[in-house]
Every structure is written in C-alpha cells, then in structure tokens.
Ligand binder design. Structure first.
Ligand SMILES: C[S@@+](CC[C@H](N)C(=O)[O-])C[C@H]1O[C@@H](n2cnc3c(N)ncnc32)[C@H](O)[C@@H]1O
Length: 176
C-alpha cells in the first residue's frame, strides 16, 4: 500500500503523490487551510508522513504546529522539516519569516530537552538531523564534520557558526 503523505505549505512544488495543503489559492494545494488555525481538517493519524519544507519559519506558533503534525501522523510515522539555519542569508532577509532556528531547536520534543520537556506533551525521536552549509564551507569539508557527530555539531553551533555559516537544516522526526 502506498504511503500517505501530507505536504503542508506545499506552494507550487507539491511532493509527488502527496496531499498538498496551503493557504494560498495560487498554490498547487489540494486543501486550502491556514496552518495557524487549529485543528487542521484531517482526522488523527491520517498520514504516514508530514512534510513541511520551508514552512515552519512562517507559522505563528511552532510548538502548537508541531503538536498538530504529531496528531496527524501515525505512531512510527515521520515528520520531515526543512528550514533555513538562522545564520543563513535567507533566514533574516525574508520579512515573512517569524522564526530563526538552529539544529537543536526540536530537542524540546525529545529526551535531550535540557529540562524543558514540559514545553510540550508530544514526543518525536530525531532519526536524522542534517545541516547544509554554504558551498565554500562544504568544499572545505566543514559540512562533513558538522554532520559527522552531534558533539561537533554542538561545538559548531556554539563557537563557529557565525563564521562557518549554515544554510539549511533538515530533520526526520519519528512520531513516538
Ligand atoms: C517558502 S514557501 C515553500 C513552498 C514549498 N514547500 C517549497 O518548498 O517550494 C512557504 C509556503 O508556505 C505557505 N504558508 C505560509 N504560511 C502559511 C499558513 N499559515 N498556512 C498555510 N500555508 C502557509 C505559503 O503560502 C507558501 O506556499
């Protein structure tokens, strides 16, 4: 049986075979809905995967949006998020961006929540986190190093990322 995929904020590049949701009637959405109005028009656990590509930075409430993604995805299903790293040019250039995240921004839904697990009642497991850097840094091997270990990624976020700037962060989060 084919996987049921919801592409939220699909714009004009809807993921092939998915149900597209967007607020903009000029998009390729199958469902016109506002991600800032809850609940979204789908039953619990309707999808195997929710994809949010360059969307989470636009919503009014990241925590509530993630909780809604969690509700819509079956247990063991995945939520795939892509957003600019906060040090990328695009993060602060686009005036419609409300949030500027780093590669640890979803830890609050997992075990490593620094004591802030009470921010949300839902849980995701970080199956993968991948950071893309600007091409120069990639060619010099920094992208490889940043993604090689969580420890080095943390070091990079703390000490290096204002020089060795990030571009995009991609998460595959499993619904627990
Ligand atoms: C930067 S575009 C990304 C489009 C597409 N995912 C892609 O990767 O090409 C952001 C999209 O999110 C949609 N969007 C922004 N805020 C939204 C909201 N509150 N509800 C629904 N869609 C929203 C916009 O209409 C737009 O299509």
């Amino acid at each position: 049986m084919s996987r049921k995929v919801l592409d939220v904020g699909c714009g004009i590049k809807k993921y092939p075979g998915s149900v597209g949701l967007d607020v903009n009637p000029r998009s390729n959405a199958d469902v016109l809905a506002d991600l800032d109005r809850f609940p979204y028009p789908f039953a619990d656990q309707s999808f195997d995967e929710v994809r949010a590509i360059h969307v989470i930075e636009h919503v009014a409430d990241v925590m509530q949006t993630m909780e809604e993604f969690h509700r819509l995805t079956r247990k063991g299903g995945t939520v795939f998020i892509v957003t600019p790293h906060y040090t990328d040019f695009s993060s602060f250039c686009d005036p419609t961006h409300r949030w500027h995240l780093n590669s640890f921004s979803f830890r609050y839904f997992g075990e490593d929540n620094a004591g802030y697990g009470y921010y949300s009642h839902v849980r995701f497991r970080e199956n993968s986190v991948h950071v893309k850097l600007l091409n120069l840094w990639k060619v010099l091997g920094f992208e490889f190093l940043v993604n090689r270990s969580r420890t080095f990624r943390k070091f990079w976020e703390h000490y290096l990322c204002f020089i060795v700037r990030g571009k995009v962060i991609e998460w595959t989060l499993e619904v627990v």
